[in-house]
Design a protein around this ligand. Sequence first.
Ligand code: SF4
Ligand code: SF4
Length: 69
Amino acid sequence: MQTEFIKLNTGKCTACWKCIEACAKNVIGRINLPWHKHAKLINSGNCTGCQKCLKICEFGAYELIQKPN
Ligand code: SF4
Ligand code: SF4
């Protein structure tokens, strides 16, 4: 899943939830079932491309696909 600026590879996500706290735009939500946990993008249109999610994720789940102006 992706926004205009970043791509989230849920397969790399360990559900630490740091990116959710880091995103000031509430772009990131969670799937939090006992057998299935990972971050998900819920408000992709609000993403500014600030890359805070990308920088805080220790597992490389985020990738920059376009630099913001
Ligand atoms: S910071 Fe990375 S590992 Fe942690 S919830 Fe976000 S995407 Fe998943
Ligand atoms: S790039 Fe910034 S605004 Fe977009 S999801 Fe990541 S932390 Fe949120």
